[in-house]
Design a protein around this ligand. Structure first.
Ligand code: ACM
Length: 619
């Protein structure tokens, strides 16, 4: 994670509206996120009883039916599995071999006979269930009526990921599971678990116990936003030891939990950079004698492991345990932000360069990676790394995660390598959501500006690539680095609602995306997030900006609206923070011009929570 994220202005990208949105009986659009491929509604609704019979035969359907029990419990419904298809209100069916929709697609039909979900396997049935849940009321009500509908759906991309950094701050197993729930509910299928970094090693490795005795802990943590600090005196620490790790049993528990929800876990073991926590426990793996400490601040540190035989032995031992714990096909080896300062000074590295005929020290990282890749291949795994792995040279088997924009991804796809797009400019959800960088109205964060609309506007298939090269773009991933994200509530604040935009970029073909049509569907999701007590960031009112102003009779007139249905907007003209006690917005706001008035407005959601203020100086 760069310490100084690039800033950019809002890009208003609006596509063409394709057809009319599917409407529920009430006339409001079905609030489905991500938008399915095909939705046809018809007049009528099907009422689900309190006690629901679910037809499910075979392990995949039964797994999904068991999960449905848990999903429907908050709605006051009980679920019993049955093998009597006629008696069931919900039927989970296996598609004929070769039926359209692929391994993750599904068909959902609701008619007078009840609900039928047909899919090739468990993943499709699970996604059909997620769609069904979004057709039901968010909370327990007397009547749970599902609109008659026929949906045929499948994802645009096979890699729909969310990354969580548990190193800068540690998140316990129950919250890791909740994060997986967030992903699964919006049809993501990949959880990238960033398990090792300078500030803490978080996975038990039996062969190296000091990793969890020493590397998993730091003596204290920097206070405040490092990117704002100018002098050494600005750097103050909290004096509180911090740390934690997952036992191998806990790792297995999380992997199994994810698997039941059709989410593959990709573990990341960072090398050769972001590795000073390893050196705190095993200084003999450094190019120069220690001692070293698990890092207490953020950024990129010169102290990295030396690419020597003991280091290979260490990572091969670690990866052997990692490969045994994670059944998925990919292991992420990091590879980003590895300064070569220590390598340039090292006689051992000079020796490698001489032997291999390298004049550029960056090539040593490529050499290092290829040896690690050969080890992973021997374990039946595929290597994935951040786009820096391109710099040292890669073969055509490695998968590249493009984070410094799309450049690395484009280069890799041209080279024939698979790519996951995760550019900072669209998919780094640790970046802020406030147009004012480092706004005091927001919690402490790394900075940047990545509003919902910008996330939504992302098209993962670069135009620079040919259709054949575009096939190497496996999909996309949202990343959440946690330097400044200390609590689960703050994770939720950064993720929501932007994760829903990411979901639609990953699932819905670009030609079907439309921001204006997304917003009312998103609006209906807020009540669902409330029902799950998710601490989403309440979006500020829309329309208080110089593009939306209408000048009329010496006044600036603003028409404001909230993305949250049923929310109130309150405003001030005196610079104070708007809240329940200040004027409520009920009609277009006419502000006299020529007096330098600061207009500020907040959304107050039906749950009582407020947005940060949006503001504009009217001159
Ligand atoms: C990264 O953000 N350093 C991959």
């Amino acid at each position: 994670m760069p310490m100084f994220p690039a800033r950019f202005g809002t890009l208003l990208a609006t596509g063409l509206l394709l057809g009319a949105p599917a409407l529920a009986q009430s006339g409001t659009p079905l609030g489905l996120v991500p938008l399915p491929r095909e939705v046809h509604t018809s007049a009528g609704t099907y009422a689900l009883p309190q006690k629901i019979s679910v037809y499910a035969t075979g392990p995949a359907a039964q797994n999904v039916a068991e999960l449905l029990k848990g999903f429907l419990a908050p709605l006051g419904k009980t679920v019993a599995l049955t093998t009597n298809r006629q008696a069931a209100q919900i039927r989970l069916l296996t598609a004929a071999p070769g039926a359209p929709g692929g391994p993750e697609g599904y068909q959902l039909v609701v008619d007078k006979s009840g609900v039928s979900i047909t899919a090739a396997g468990g993943a499709g049935l699970f996604y059909g269930i997620q769609t069904l849940l979004q057709l039901l009321p968010p909370k327990a009500t007397a009547a749970a009526r599902v609109p008659y509908v026929r949906i045929a759906d499948e994802p645009a991309f096979g890699w729909r990921g969310g990354m969580l950094d548990v190193c800068r701050h540690f998140f316990p197993v129950p919250f890791v599971k909740k994060y997986i729930d967030f992903l699964a509910a919006y049809k993501f299928n990949t959880f990238h678990w960033h398990l090792t970094d300078d500030q803490g090693w978080r996975i038990e490795i039996k062969k190296y116990p000091k990793l969890t005795q020493i590397s998993a802990f730091r003596k204290e943590t920097l206070i405040g936003a490092q990117q704002m600090f100018k002098t050494p005196a600005d750097f103050k620490y909290d004096g509180t030891p911090y740390g934690g790790f997952y036992t191998q049993d806990q790792i297995r528990e999380v992997v199994a939990y994810a698997r039941e929800r059709y989410v593959t876990v990709v573990p990341e073991i960072e090398m050769p950079g972001h590795s000073v926590a390893i050196l705190a426990a095993y200084p003999e793996l450094a190019c120069k004698p220690g001692p070293y400490e698990t890092w207490t601040m953020w950024g990129v540190i010169d102290d990295i492991v030396c690419p020597t035989e003991p280091t290979f032995r260490f990572f091969e031992d670690v990866l052997a345990e990692v490969c045994a714990l994670f059944p998925g096909p990919y292991v992420h080896i990091g590879g980003d932000e590895a300064p070569k300062t220590r390598w340039k000074e090292s006689a051992a590295v000079q020796e490698i360069m001489k032997k291999e005929g390298y004049t550029d020290v960056e090539k040593v990282q490529g050499w290092f990676n290829r040896r690690i890749e050969a080890f992973l291949t021997g374990k039946g795994k595929k290597m994935i790394g951040w786009d820096e792995i391109l710099e040292g040279g890669i073969d055509d088997k490695a998968t590249v995660m493009s984070w410094r924009g799309e450049k690395g991804g484009i280069e890799a796809a041209r080279h024939g390598n698979d790519v996951v797009m995760t550019p900072t400019t669209y998919l780094y959800l640790d970046y802020g959501q406030n147009p004012q960088p480092n706004s005091p109205d927001e919690p402490l964060m790394i900075g940047g500006y990545l509003p919902l609309e910008k996330v939504y506007s992302y098209n993962p298939l670069p135009k620079e690539l040919t259709p054949a090269q575009q096939k190497h773009i496996l999909g996309i991933q949202a990343n959440l680095w946690t330097e400044y994200i200390t609590t689960p509530q703050k994770v939720e604040y950064m993720l929501f609602p932007r994760l829903l935009a990411v979901a639609e970029v990953a699932w819905t073909p670009a030609a079907q995306k439309n921001y204006a049509a997304f917003l009312p569907r998103l609006g209906q999701q807020f009540a669902r997030l409330d029902a799950k007590a998710i601490n989403y960031r309440v979006p500020e009112p829309v329309g208080l900006d110089s593009l939306s102003v209408v000048r009329q009779d010496g006044k600036a007139v603003f028409t404001l609206r909230s993305l949250v249905p049923g929310a109130q907007i309150h405003y001030t003209l005196d610079g104070h923070l708007p809240d329940e006690t200040t004027d409520r917005y009920t009609k277009p706001l006419a502000v006299p011009q020529g007096r330098r008035l600061l207009v500020r407005a907040v959304t107050i959601a039906p749950n009582g929570r407020k947005s940060p203020p949006t503001e504009l100086l009217v001159r």
